[in-house]
Design a binder for this molecule. Sequence first.
Ligand code: SF4
Length: 545
Amino acid sequence: MIQRRSAPPLAPAERRQKLLGAERATETFGRPGRHRVALGFANSYEIGMSNLGFQWVYRLFNREEDVTCERFFFDAQGSGRRGPRTLESDTPLAAFPLVAFSISWEMDYVHFLRILADARIPSDRRERTDDDPIVLIGGDCARINPLPLTPYADAFALGDGEKLVPGLAEVLRANLPRAAALERLGTLKGLYVPSVHGEHAETASEGKIVVDQFRSAEGPTREPPHTTILTPHTELSDKLLIEVARGCSEMCRFCWAAYAMAPQVRIPASSILAVAERCRPLTSRVGLIATAVADHPDILPILEGLSHLGFHIALSSIKIDAISEELLAILARQGEKSLAIAPEAGNERLRRAINKKVSDESLREKVRLIARAGFTNLKLYLQVGLPGETEQDVDDLVTMVDDLRLVMLEEGRKRGRLGTLVPSVNAFIPKPHTPFETEVLEDPDELARKLKKLDAAFRKMPNVTFRGMPVNEAIWEAYLARMGLESGPILAQAAAGAPVRTLVREHRETLLSVARPAARIDTARRGVFDLASRQASPWGFISKS
Ligand code: SF4
């Protein structure tokens, strides 16, 4: 048998040429500005260019008078002796006055540290001099819990790019020496500068840093954030991403995005369709981005309008109560066969406890509509280890999946095509800034047992494909979400390439002391914000107002 070999990786110059050659911009910018910023995504080009926040901030910087923004990415192959460089001009990162990172997943902290080391930018911010760039971190992680990265980042941008970029550009244009630039950054709302405000923002005004984010009142005039550069070399090949709403009206108690981004901001349908129409000559694929897709009062006119423009529309996961025959018909018309929904728990009792307002009856009906519309692949996002979960709740996950499977089969038989149900089960991870921030990760042995039980039950069900989160990943993720300054050596080991299983094995006690703190949960007050615990937490100095 002939074994197929994967093509050898391209040399950096060839890869750069290939990537740039395939890109098409949805906006062109004026002549290059004198003030340069390198904007990096702490993951690969393919993932970074699929991230709307990164794409949008790139546009916002380049729109600033006399500013040029260039991109860089993490290269898992390593950047070699040349070090990481920007895509546009092949310039080493250390040559920029400002190196900004967009970090959306805690897992990417490790890449961030490796990029700094490869770029020969001192990892410790206190060792940087006037010849080194200012290292700034933005994105969701900066806003959730910046403390563990304070030894490495000169500044954190907490909030929405539209609010923060103009101030950053102003400081860039002022061309100040390092200390003065940091002082100036420290005066901007939404900017957290550890050397100015202290490692716990103890010298900031009222000892807190206020996130600078959009308010819903500003919605009607807003341009929807959308893809700046289209490329076939992304996970979402050539797809125009348009943000339709930020925040979610549901407020599930485990969901960081809903609480951090409240109040919800919705973009008017007319603005969304105007952007889509302008970009239509460049692509026929569109993806709608929102904290909860379809949680928009005008979702149907938006979908109809996009369909009328000849777009193939993709929605990632749809809010269950927003599912309707009309919405499904629009998606099915374009040949879509897969959909994802997030019931999270196996019964109404636990759903109510996490504030997910979906009844069993409604869930069954929505799944019936989905199957009837011709969708044959339905993914269900579920969790185990939720606060207050009982053994019965775990069993009910099995019963619910089986019940929905029978609904899918019943409808599928009528159409002559049986479908597949994919229960994707994650461990509940307590996230900062949510009413569940003081809850704990489930005991790892219990987690493993429950996942094994689910695996065994789902294996017996025809037309069901189970996906379960590895327990080590759950421990690591729960640690990353809430860690503090003790994380330094562990992150350094991870950045040096240690796999998650090694980190969990070698630092199990430390990781679990953060993921499962000993403090007892007051079950009577479960799901209610506890201000005292909040203030004592590593992220206690981040405030929304
Ligand atoms: S529906 Fe989804 S996005 Fe909205 S609060 Fe719940 S988990 Fe978060």
